[in-house]
Design a protein around this ligand. Structure first.
Ligand code: NDP
Length: 302
């Protein structure tokens, strides 16, 4: 059987955004509703500023309304909570996203939990996390949702179609990636193992994985010989590293998996960039459209 297929997250995300744009136009034409996403950023972290700019531009590109609220890093937690309360009460606002990380003087748990769960398009509110855990419909975090879409598509294209019974190993247990990914794969009837920094014999564990998800935050941490032949590899990592170029050092983005070494073993693998990354924003827009429909008592578009 052929191996080493590259999963085109960029292309998949583009298709998803095109389908969303059609649905947004329909919603506007039939109901007079334009979904609106508000992104709140506190402070001047350069990486966060780039993410927020991309989110705003992508929101506009599918025909939705976008608002970005920029607050100085001297903002108090109380002021941020007050702003969130106003956005919760504003019927024109369908999605609220507070860009993380927040300045150290704020509790991100407290801030996220102040967002109306129906407007929590990141899916980080405890109510949405709880719904995912017990298998109720709620808002699912964007990166794991996008990862699952790519994985299902790859298994449909290159494998048996169903994820049921596959051994999934997820390296990383954060609330925003690893844990919700585990819940999603469990809901797909995978046998799920979550690994983290205290896990023993990680290489041997990874070699048992039919599905290997890397969400570690360490460049090329997963070596090629950690990947079982025929495995599906989803690399969530986004790590900026310095490499030697013809005119000195330049910076480059790599994943948590050593892509070149892993590819010959994998049945299919996501690259970095152009893998999971583009799916995150596409799923954010998807979540915003769904939230807007539910808030207006309309069925969520499939
Ligand atoms: P966190 O730092 O919150 O979590 C990292 C996880 O990796 C932790 O559970 C940690 O274990 C585990 N880990 C760290 N070192 C090791 C080790 N040596 N062995 C095994 N496990 C280890 O990161 P995130 O989940 O937020 O993000 C993970 C990666 O995904 C990052 O590269 C991030 O940039 C990227 N990312 C990409 C997104 C996208 O849009 N594609 C969105 C979000 C994140 P422990 O819990 O024990 O500390």
């Amino acid at each position: 059987t052929s191996m080493g297929h590259i999963i085109d997250g960029f292309g998949y995300a583009k298709g998803l955004r095109e389908r969303l744009a059609v649905k947004v136009a329909e919603l506007k034409a039939t109901q007079g509703i334009t979904p609106c996403l508000v992104v709140v950023i506190v402070g001047e972290d350069p990486a966060s500023q780039i993410y927020v700019k991309n989110k705003g531009e992508s929101t506009i590109a599918v025909g939705m309304d976008s608002r970005t609220i920029t607050l100085p890093d001297t903002t108090t937690e109380a002021d941020l909570l007050k702003l969130i309360a106003e956005l919760n009460a504003d019927a024109a606002v369908n999605g609220i996203l507070v860009q993380l990380p927040l300045p150290k003087h704020m509790s991100s748990l407290k801030v996220i939990d102040a967002i109306d769960p129906l407007k929590d398009v990141d899916g980080f509110h405890v109510e949405n996390a709880g719904k995912l855990a017990v298998g109720l419909d709620g808002i699912v975090p964007c990166t794991p949702l996008g990862s699952l879409m790519l994985l299902k598509d790859a298994v449909k294209t290159y494998g048996g179609g169903s994820l049921a019974g596959m051994n999934a190993v997820i390296v990383g247990r954060s609330n925003i990636v690893g844990k919700p990914m585990a819940q999603l794969l469990l809901n797909q009837d995978c046998t799920v193992t979550i690994a983290h920094s205290k896990t023993k014999n990680l290489k041997e564990l990874c070699l048992t994985a039919d599905i290997l998800v890397a969400a570690v935050g360490r460049p090329k941490f997963i070596a090629g010989d950690w990947v079982k032949d025929g495995a599906y590899v989803i690399d969530v990592g986004i790590n900026r590293i310095e490499v030697d170029g013809p005119d000195g050092k330049k910076s480059k983005v790599v994943g948590d998996v050593d892509f070149d070494a892993a590819k010959p073993h994998a049945k299919a693998i996501t690259p970095v960039p152009r893998g999971v990354g583009p799916m995150t924003i596409a799923c954010l827009l998807n979540n915003t459209l769904h939230a807007a429909c539910l808030q207006h008592g309309l069925p969520a578009p499939e």
